[in-house]
Design a protein around this ligand. Structure first.
Ligand code: GLU
Length: 377
């Protein structure tokens, strides 16, 4: 069974494993205190899903917002990175305690997992996360995940839990990701404008879909906004997962959205092999190679990328780093792990494979990016 409509996300056959992401503005009131009654109702809904045989992973924001209040920091703790890190250190304890308390009332055990971007970008650490989540779920626990904001510095942080939720879903081989937002989906223009229409189903996050997003978090408490939700939808799509945005504000948000089919559902593309899905979701690309039309066609047919079709090299990447493959029109066609560093790529570009050994002075690799290490986007 696959996912065709929102309510399928609550069906244990169509969606045996679901990630539910809860944003700061839902969890924390304007007074900086947790919205306990609302959260208790959501936890009851998640407990009911568990009872029906669905595995649920929670991705919870709110550490910074909760901690900022306790430390008396301005701007909700988001005035500087140091403030955010300090606020998260204080708020995360409260946040984890809250989830653990509420799940315990349903005889469920919460498990705190704090991740950084690097934990999911590095293949070995990613597989470790996969294994840990699998063990926790098999043991009946509910993982409650947040970014490890206290140690994550600007360059190495997700910054928003929307993409974190998508990456976690991918690492856990989930079938769906549900983003609880302060709006009931994606609108065809700024939802405050007259005549704005909600898009119920999206098949492919195209440039046209991106143009509908209006930017930052409207509440000011979180850091997401529609842009990061669409990036999350792209990661999900490549990983073969459905992703939905629903309004988290009602008292029983899941039943409300599923009952009325109210939200935006991004349909998955075919599920990729696990390694390719990981590659497709990688967010830090170290450089790019620009290719000609012939190479672009060869890639579309499933071939490896050869140096002969490369026209320019960008960035200072090492062998094994993830890089983008950019077409003549400037669009990213694929991403993959480079077999050479940037200097070698520059020396080999435009040159036929039989010349490579002379240019390099050692036995060349079969391609610049091997097809097994390449994913079309
Ligand atoms: N990790 C942040 C927190 O717990 C939230 C990130 C976001 O707003 O998405 O406060």
């Amino acid at each position: 069974m696959t996912i065709h409509k929102l309510a399928d996300l609550a069906d244990s056959a169509a969606c045996p494993r679901l990630v539910v992401k809860v944003g700061s503005a839902l969890l924390v009131g304007r007074d900086g205190e947790p919205r306990r009654a609302w959260l208790a109702a959501l936890v009851a809904e998640i407990a009911a899903m568990r009872a029906r045989g669905q595995e649920v992973i929670v991705v919870s924001s709110g550490a910074i917002a909760l901690g900022a209040r306790r430390l008396g920091l301005a701007k909700g703790g988001r005035g500087s990175l140091a403030d955010a890190q300090a606020a998260a250190a204080v708020g995360q304890i409260a946040l984890a305690g809250l989830w653990a308390d509420l799940f315990r009332q349903h005889d469920l055990t919460a498990a705190q997992v704090l991740l950084t971007l690097e934990d999911l970008e590095d293949r070995r650490r990613y597989l470790n996360v996969t294994a840990t989540l699998g063990t926790l779920l098999a043991a009946g626990a509910v993982p409650v995940i947040n970014e490890n904001d206290t140690v994550a510095t600007q360059e190495i942080r997700f910054g928003d839990n929307d993409r974190l939720a998508a990456r976690v879903g991918q690492a856990a081989a989930a079938s769906g990701v549900l983003l609880l937002s302060d709006i009931d989906g994606l609108y065809d223009r700024d939802p405050r404008q007259d005549g704005a229409v909600r898009i119920p189903v999206v098949r492919g996050v195209t440039a046209e879909i991106h143009a509908m997003a209006t930017g930052g978090s409207s509440s000011g408490l979180g850091s997401g906004g529609m842009t990061s939700k669409l990036q999350a939808a792209e990661i999900a799509e490549l990983a073969g997962m459905a992703l939905a945005i629903i309004d988290g504000q009602p008292d029983a948000p899941l039943a409300t959205a599923f009952g009325a089919e109210r939200g935006t559902l991004f349909l998955p593309r075919g599920r990729k092999r696990a390694r390719k899905a990981w590659l497709g979701g990688k967010m830090r690309l170290r450089g790019a190679v620009h290719v000609d039309a012939g190479a672009a066609q060869a890639l579309a047919r499933g071939s490896s990328l050869l140096a002969a079709g490369v026209r320019a090299v960008e960035g200072a990447f090492q062998r094994g780093d993830a890089i983008a493959v950019v077409g003549a029109d400037g669009r990213t066609l694929a991403r993959g792990l480079s077999e050479y560093d940037a200097g070698e790529c520059a020396r080999l570009m435009g040159r036929h494979s039989r010349e490579h050994e002379d240019i390099l002075g050692y036995a060349p690799r079969s391609a610049l990016i091997h097809r097994d290490q390449l994913v079309l986007v």
